[in-house]
Design a protein around this ligand. Structure first.
Ligand SMILES: [Fe+2]
Length: 275
């Protein structure tokens, strides 16, 4: 499989890398539009991404969130004196090197320390305006970037799939439901996802995910009202255990979806950086 691919879509340069380990592989997408790079990919893909990025005119980097598969090459770009922006609540977290659990270290690689700038308001280039939209369901600092002039939404890890069977422990499914409703209020057509790539029927797929999560929410509350525990509900709604759940020591689990739907909070709410 070709681990690197790049192309252009309506003025957006897209780059796709594939990270792999054992039987697993995950696609990672970066987007460059009007000198603005959205997300930087993981350190483990720096060998294929950096030579490409070196040839591009990049004036600004926007990070959707701090996770290492999105911020991994930000230190390299910051080292080129390119300003990197992220939600202000993650500045401190970025100033220390990550100490990832083993499976994330193997898959993505630890990100070095770097010093980003806070981006709370819009970012304007010569011809475009990027509007950050708070979408903290995936993780507390997550933001999507809306391009009203083009009807584009850069959604980081908001979408990824229509039917998630498990989520990371930083994810809150009720907040994800609110995020999807928030984004769907905007006027847009195309979604640029951090892992699923360019989705032309963007509204349709986000609505599909919203419908699925609301269906799960209804089922979880129904079973909870019948007296079932979090683990009983999880076994009933998600009977199959995926390899990733064992591999990640349950950092990824269906149980995080169920628990967050009952508590309103992610299992690991705003985890402290490991130092
Ligand atoms: Fe993420």
């Amino acid at each position: 499989m070709n681990r690197f691919k790049a192309g252009e879509h309506e003025g957006v340069t897209w780059v796709r890398g594939i990270a792999g380990w054992s039987n697993f592989s995950i696609k990672v997408f970066l987007y460059l539009v009007d000198g603005v790079l959205i997300d930087t990919g993981p350190v483990k893909l720096s060998g294929i991404l950096v030579p490409f990025l070196e040839q591009q005119k990049i004036e600004t980097v926007l990070l959707t969130h701090y996770h290492e598969d999105h911020s991994g090459n930000a230190p390299y770009l910051a080292g080129r004196e390119i300003p990197v922006y992220i939600n202000a609540i993650s500045l401190e977290r970025c100033r220390v090197k990550t100490r990832l659990p083993w499976y994330r270290k193997v898959f993505w690689g630890n990100r070095e320390a770097f010093s980003p700038y806070p981006l709370d308001e819009k970012l304007t280039t010569d011809s475009l305006t990027f509007k950050p939209v708070s979408t903290p369901g995936h993780v507390f600092d997550h933001r999507s970037f809306y391009l009203p002039d083009k009807g584009f939404f850069f959604t980081g890890d908001l979408f990824v799939t229509t039917h998630p069977q498990m989520v990371l422990n930083t994810e809150s499914t009720p907040r994800m439901i609110e995020d999807l409703k928030t984004v769907l209020r905007y006027d847009f057509s195309t979604v640029f996802c951090g892992h699923a790539g360019i989705i032309h029927r963007g509204r349709e797929v986000l609505q599909k995910k919203l419908d699925y999560l609301e269906d799960i929410q209804g089922k979880v509350l129904h079973l909870h009202n019948r007296g079932l525990s979090v683990s009983q509900i999880t076994r009933k709604l998600f009977p199959g255990r995926l390899h990733l759940e064992y591999l990640s020591c349950r950092e990824w689990s269906a149980e995080h979806m169920v628990r967050s739907l009952l508590t309103g909070k992610a299992t690991a709410e705003n985890p402290r950086p490991r130092t």
